[in-house]
Design a protein around this ligand. Structure first.
Ligand code: AOF
Ligand code: ZN
Length: 386
């Protein structure tokens, strides 16, 4: 061991300080997109907390800078815990590596390396200047908190959360097609919290035709929580069947209707133009994408289009056919299921065909979280990493 290493007492406290940094990072959820959520805790030389910070919005000061400002001179000789490797570039703000050096921080603990080639390199620069840099502390928790952004940077497509509500026997509608309301008001409120933390909601035209949902972050009448940032509504509608009177075309939020390249969507396009003319904040756009069976639209092309529009996280909501196609394509990164203690025995399953015909082909998931919501149960799972 090197003689400039901190005493073991300092090391033993690493996970606790990093947990706090992960907590701080989470405060930026829903407002930092397309940037990551990042949290930072700075200790003084004797191991006392001197400053805390998180990244609050894209273009705003990075977490490290906020925490260093709070710590002031007390950062000298101290330790910084950062949930993401400090950046080494001058983008909308300066390099955090330089800020940490200038503040005289002696040790930097990192949870996750920065996969963004433009900004990465902070760890290397700090080491080159004699700062002790350690990584791998609470990596899993920090990765989970930044799952959307990490997926977007690593895979070049948005992170997809499929959300559904079902009875205990896994049905999302009764035999006659009625589906409101399977889960409790508490679960529905929880869904609005999910929506508020995402960039876009995707639904199939079947859901629009059946339920005419608004797909906004709050029930109508309540204030928009993401001030300045509107949730994008995305309708997958290969043949352009979305009625011009649909609530998703009410001008209340920006809307993208994805139709196949060869669809006739004259009425839809006219409605989109009309919304544009009205100067509605919720303008609509019809985008044409390659046709691909069975769903009618190439879902990879859809996600590529959303990625171009800086959509980092999407919430996939209804219906079962669209969700099944996303699962078959390996495009679901997280599943959030709301299960009501109720039985139907008949009616549509929550998930449509997903390319599985034999048990060996099962899409295996691992549970991340199980939480009772009112009388229901919320299960969060993700594909088992290969
Ligand atoms: C953040 N907040 O706290 C940290 C980030 O758009 P810029 O110029 O602010 O740079 C964004 C990049 O900086 C981001 O993609 C990530 O790689 C790095 N770190 N970003 O927005 C932060 N620490
Ligand atoms: Zn930075």
């Amino acid at each position: 061991p090197r003689d400039d290493e901190p005493p073991p007492a300092g090391r033993a406290a690493d996970p606790a300080h990093m947990r706090r940094a992960v907590e701080l990072a989470a405060r930026g959820r829903g407002t930092t997109s397309p940037n990551p959520v990042v949290g930072c805790v700075v200790l003084d030389a004797s191991g006392r907390v001197a400053g805390e910070g998180f990244h609050a919005y894209a273009g705003g000061p990075h977490a490290e800078v906020v925490a260093l400002r709070a710590a002031g001179e007390r950062a000298r000789g101290g330790t910084a815990y950062v949930t993401l490797e400090p950046c080494d570039h001058t983008g909308r703000t300066g390099p955090c590596s330089a800020a940490l050096l200038e503040a005289g921080v002696a040790r930097v603990v990192v949870a996750v390396g920065d996969p963004n080639p433009v900004a990465a390199g902070g760890a290397g620069r700090l080491r080159a200047h004699g700062v002790v840099v350690e990584s791998g502390v609470l990596t899993e928790e920090a990765e989970r908190g930044n799952a959307e952004w990490l997926t977007s940077v690593r895979l070049g497509r948005p992170h997809v959360t499929w959300k559904y509500a079902a009875t205990l026997d896994g049905r999302s509608a009764a035999a006659d097609g009625t589906s409101q309301w399977i889960t409790s008001p508490e679960s529905r409120a929880d869904v609005h919290r999910l929506r508020a933390g995402t960039d876009a909601i995707i639904a199939g035209v079947g859901t629009v035709l059946a339920d005419d949902p608004r797909l906004t972050a709050r029930p109508s009448g309540e204030a928009d929580p993401g001030a300045g940032r509107r949730l994008l509504r995305v309708i997958v509608d290969s043949d352009g069947r979305t009625p011009v009177s649909a609530r998703v075309l009410d001008g209340g939020a920006p809307t993208l209707v994805a139709v196949a390249h060869d669809a006739s969507a004259t009425e839809l396009e006219a409605r989109a133009k009309e919304l544009g003319r009205l100067g509605a904040g919720g303008a609509a756009e019809v985008v044409r994408l390659p046709r691909r069976e069975p769903y009618g639209i190439d879902l990879h092309a859809l996600l590529a289009e959303l990625h171009r529009r800086q959509v980092v996280g999407v919430l996939l909501e209804g219906g079962p056919t669209l969700a099944g196609s996303f699962v078959r394509e390996g495009l679901v990164d997280r599943v959030v299921g709301y299960l009501a203690p109720a039985l139907l025995g008949e009616g549509a399953a929550a998930l449509g065909p997903a390319g599985v015909t034999t048990i060996a082909g099962t899409h295996r998931l691992e549970l991340e979280d199980v939480t009772p919501i009112g009388p229901d149960l919320r299960l969060t799972a993700r594909p088992v990493p290969l």
